[in-house]
Design a protein around this ligand. Structure first.
Ligand SMILES: [Zn+2]
Length: 267
C-alpha cells in the first residue's frame, strides 16, 4: 500500500509555507546535494495573510521554493491557519503522512515564537505527537490501515526571529550550510507576497543569524538544531577532529542507516 508513496530520508514540518525555508532551508538543500530524499510538510496553507490575494498564489510560491531547494515532495495539509491547535485529529493526520513517506529523521519547531504566530508552538506539539503516533500498533483503523513506521531521530529547529536563547534541552549543533545559504535565501524570496519591499530586512537578518551560528562551528554559515537527546559518538577523533556528528538513533532500521557524518565522508 505504501508503495504509492516514495520513502523519504528526511521530512521537515512547518506550520506555514515559508517556516521551513527560513528555519532550515540551507540544511534541506544541503541534504538534497548529499543525495538524501527530502520532503516538506506544511500543516496549513498559511492563508490569509495581508498581502496575498489568493491562497493559490501562496501555494505556487511554496512550490517554487521547494524547487529551488530541490526537495522531492511538498505536502500542504488542510489544517486551519491562525486557528491551529494540537488535537487528536491533527496528530493522526500528520501521523498518516509519516506512515506514507516513512522518514528516518523529522525536523520541526522546537520553541514558542513570542510576537509571531502561536501556530508554531501548536505545530511543535502536533509534530511531537505525530512522530509517536506513526509507530503505534493496534490502532490501524485510525490511520487508514497504513503500516506503522518508527521514526529513528527527531531534531528541533529555530526560526530566525527574536529568540536569543535556544531551549535548554538535549544537544545543540550546527549544520554547515556555507554552500547552500544563497539557495536558502532564494527559496525565501519565492514568497513575494510575504516579503514585499518594506520587509526586505528579513533577508539580512536571516543571513546574519546563519553566519553567526556558522561562525561558532567554524563554518561560513550554519543552521542550528537541538536534539531532544544528548548526541553521542562512537569515534571521538572523527567527531572532534572532523566536526562530524552521529545523531542519536534507535528503532529497527537504525543499524543500516547512513548518518549525516557518513554522508559527509563521501563528499
Ligand atoms: Zn509561520
Amino acid at each position: 500500500m505504501s508503495d504509492a508513496y516514495p520513502q523519504l530520508d528526511v521530512i521537515a514540518v512547518g506550520a506555514h509555507p515559508d517556516d521551513v525555508e527560513i528555519a532550515c532551508g540551507g540544511t534541506l538543500a544541503k541534504l538534497v546535494k548529499l543525495g538524501y530524499k527530502v520532503g516538506i510538510i506544511d500543516l496549513t496553507n498559511g492563508e490569509p495573510t495581508p498581502r496575498c490575494p489568493d491562497p493559490e498564489i501562496r501555494l505556487a510560491e511554496a512550490k517554487k521554493a521547494a524547487e529551488v531547494l530541490g526537495v522531492q515532495i511538498r505536502v500542504t495539509l488542510d489544517m486551519p491557519n491562525r486557528r491551529l491547535f494540537d488535537s487528536f485529529e491533527h496528530r493522526v493526520q500528520l501521523g498518516k503522512e509519516f506512515r506514507k513517506y516513512r522518514p528516518k529523521l523529522v525536523l520541526g519547531f522546537g520553541e514558542k515564537t513570542p510576537l509571531a504566530s502561536p501556530d508554531h508552538w501548536q505545530a511543535m506539539q502536533i509534530t511531537d505527537a505525530g512522530i509517536f503516533y506513526s509507530r503505534l500498533t493496534k490502532w490501524d483503523a485510525h490511520f487508514d490501515h497504513l503500516p506503522v513506521h518508527t521514526i529513528s531521530a527527531q531534531l528541533y529547529y529555530t526560526l530566525a526571529f527574536r529568540a536569543l536563547e535556544l531551549p535548554e534541552v538535549g544537544s545543540k549543533f550546527v549544520m554547515d550550510i556555507s554552500d547552500t545559504l544563497e539557495q536558502k535565501l532564494e527559496s525565501i524570496r519565492c514568497y513575494e507576497t510575504q516579503f514585499p519591499p518594506e520587509k526586505q530586512h528579513i533577508f539580512e537578518r536571516v543571513k546574519a543569524f546563519n553566519m553567526s551560528h556558522g561562525m561558532t562551528a567554524g563554518y561560513q554559515a550554519g543552521e542550528i538544531f537541538v536534539s531532544p537527546g544528548t548526541i553521542g559518538t562512537h569515534d571521538l577523533m572523527k567527531f572532534v577532529i572532523r566536526g562530524e556528528i552521529k545523531l542519536p538513533a534507535e528503532g529497527p532500521e537504525s543499524p543500516d542507516e547512513k548518518d549525516l557524518g557518513e554522508a559527509d565522508k563521501s563528499s
